[in-house]
Ligand binder design. Structure first.
Ligand SMILES: CC(C)(COP(=O)(O)OP(=O)(O)OC[C@H]1O[C@@H](n2cnc3c(N)ncnc32)[C@H](O)[C@@H]1OP(=O)(O)O)[C@@H](O)C(=O)NCCC(=O)NCCS
Length: 173
């Protein structure tokens, strides 16, 4: 993408750092984040402040990437994936005062290079998904997943370790 030429209904705050040739579908909402070169974001993707997405990633529609999530290069994220950064969320304190920024604890998450996350997965806070790992559709990831593992289920468990990096790339579109 060139400068700030946006698809209709796409919101990119002034403080967003966009790499070169980033492709943003309509209804994308970005603020305070960084998106690397040649990365593609589908419709209705939201990326919050202090989240970062590397180069040559594909983030499919309806995915939510919250503050504290770091996605390295060449990561695939399916449709409707939800990241979490607050393990014990509250709207207000015991006295009913709405909680402000800094009054809750953010737990960061990192997705290593070349990993894939299937559609509908939920990624709990404070986890690391290893390089080239693959997370099944609908998984609930609560613990670290090692490099090259294929994991799925509720909670996600390792099904097997891939025999080669990025198994399945032979028939990718
Ligand atoms: C997890 C995944 C990578 C496994 O693929 P695979 O290695 O070819 O595995 P198989 O289909 O041979 O299934 C192996 C076992 O895991 C189970 N399984 C597969 N996917 C699963 C999932 N998402 N959640 C829970 N269990 C799953 C299968 O039922 C099977 O169980 P069984 O041995 O008891 O019969 C794949 O099923 C998946 O979910 N891919 C993500 C797809 C996606 O979201 N794409 C987004 C773009 S459209």
């Amino acid at each position: 993408m060139n400068g700030r030429e946006l698809a209709p209904y796409t919101c990119v705050a002034e403080d967003v750092v966009l790499g070169s040739d980033v492709r943003l579908a309509p209804f994308v909402n970005l603020y305070g984040c960084a998106i690397g070169d040649h990365t593609r974001l589908g419709a209705f993707v939201e990326v919050q402040r202090e989240a970062s997405i590397g180069r040559r990633c594909k983030i499919s529609s309806h995915t939510f990437i919250c503050s504290g999530v770091v996605i390295e290069d060449e990561v695939f994220v399916g449709h409707g994936v939800v990241f979490i950064n607050d393990r014990h969320p509250r709207a207000a304190g015991a006295d009913g005062t709405p909680l402000k920024e800094g009054e809750w604890r953010l737990e960061p998450t990192i997705i290593r290079r070349g990993a894939s996350i299937g559609s509908g997965a939920v990624i709990m806070c404070g986890v690391e998904i290893g390089a080239s790992a693959m997370i099944g559709a609908g998984a609930l990831v609560t613990r670290n997943i090692p490099a090259n593992a294929i994991a799925a289920g509720h909670p996600a468990r390792i099904l097997r370790i891939q025999t080669s990096d990025r198994e399945g790339t032979d028939n990718a579109d």
